[in-house]
Structures are given as C-alpha cells and as structure tokens.
Design a protein around this ligand. Structure first.
Ligand code: HPA
Ligand code: MG
Length: 220
C-alpha cells in the first residue's frame, strides 16, 4: 500500500459485529444501551498516533492552525494534537499548534437534518494565510464538511486539510474531502469517544454500536 492509500483509513467491513461488551470495561450505566464494542479505545489511540505522523510529514515547516469541530471532535482533536506534540518533542520538527473551536449541529436522534448550523463565532478571519487542519469526528454524506470548507475558504487560508476519525461508507460518500481518515466504517450509527446520541454516550471511551434499548431510552 502506498502512503495515500494508508491515509484513506482502516476499512471496517459491513459484516463486522464488533467485540463482545464483556471483553472490555465500560460505564455500568450504559449496560443495556450498547450492543458491542465496535472500535476499542486502544485501537483508536494507535490509529490517531499514525495520523499525527502523516500530518506532521505533510505540513512540513508550517505551523498548524487546528479547527476543532465540536462537540464530537473534542476527544479526537485533543488526542491528535497531543500526538503531534509528542512527535515534535522527539524529533527536530517541532510544529507550533494552535487550536480554535467551531460548533456545528446537524443531527437529531440518529438522523441528519438538512441544514448546517454554525453555532458560535462565524468569523474565522484568524485563519487568513494559515495552514489549517479541520478536525472532525465523523464525515458521512459530506454535506456538512462541504459547507464548512466553503465557509473556511472565504477567509483565504494558505492551505486546508481535513482529518476525520471516521468516514462512513454511504452512497456518494465524501471520502475525497477527508485527507486523513482514521477508519472507514459501514453506514451504522455509532457512539462513544465523544460521539453522541442526543448528548448521551460521549463519556464512553470505546466507539460502540447503540442497542435498540439505548435508542428508545434516549430518544427525544
Ligand atoms: N454517531 C454520532 N453522531 C453522528 C453519527 C454517528 O454515527 N453520524 C453523524 N453524526
Ligand atoms: Mg451529535
């Protein structure tokens, strides 16, 4: 596999059932609400460490202006930036990283709503002339990412790259929008590692598949 292939992510097949819950630890309060451990926390961390390498190599000498997409991206962003910093300290290629936050909302229950809401500051003029890394937990149809990229471009950054921890295999998937992919997953609703279902499950460290019970219990 060449380098560009590896940046496309670890492919999780459609028939992957996940690991039995009892092989790992998880918060007791979600006992009935999750079906399986889809991606264990340790594997997530190992993959993010590798993404940090690709990013450090590609950004060269440019400092990185990280734009973290909240809320789902907060853990991925924190861990990714940490790995970039560790890599810098252990080599002679220390890249300065700055982090800014943007909040988007497009999901209700497990359904995507049509419109993109940028909540909070819409003025991203601090991106002008910068090398920007957008950090997003999950990219599916790419509608949200496309809209965000268009918005970011209006502030004339020097370059823009996108890191997505998860990319969903959906019809017309937006793979090409995401430069650094952690995992390519089937079109299933997953939670944990800061990904939520109506604000629940962000406190789960693994990425998991929600159960029918969980879906009912936390429905709004
Ligand atoms: N889980 C949580 N949030 C999401 C997902 C998902 O699978 N897809 C888009 N937002
Ligand atoms: Mg959400």
């Amino acid at each position: 596999m060449d380098n560009s292939q590896m940046k496309r992510g670890i492919v999780i097949k459609d028939d992957w059932p996940g690991y039995n819950l009892d092989l790992f630890t998880y918060p007791e309060h979600y006992h009935e609400d999750i079906e399986s451990v889809y991606i264990p926390h340790g594997v997530i961390m190992n993959r993010i460490e590798r993404l940090a390498r690709y990013i450090t190599d590609d950004f060269g000498d440019s400092n990185i202006m990280v734009l973290c997409v909240l809320k789902g991206g907060y853990k991925f962003c924190a861990d990714l930036v940490e790995f970039i910093k560790v890599l810098g300290r252990n080599s002679n290629r220390y890249l300065e990283t700055r982090v800014e936050f943007i909040r988007l909302k497009s999901y209700l229950n497990d359904q995507s709503t049509e419109d993109l809401h940028i909540i909070g500051s819409r003025d991203l003029s601090f991106l002008r002339g910068k090398s920007v890394l957008i950090v997003e937990a999950i990219v599916d149809t790419g509608k949200t990412m496309k809209a965000l990229l268009q918005h970011v471009e209006t502030f004339e950054p020097k370059m823009v790259k996108v890191a997505g921890l998860l990319v969903k295999r959906v019809p017309n998937m937006a793979e090409s929008l995401t430069d650094y992919v952690g995992f390519e997953i089937p079109n299933r609703f997953v939670v944990g590692y800061a990904l939520d279902y109506n604000e629940y499950f962000r406190d789960l460290n693994h990425i998991c598949v929600i159960s029918k019970t969980g879906k009912m219990k936390y429905k709004v």
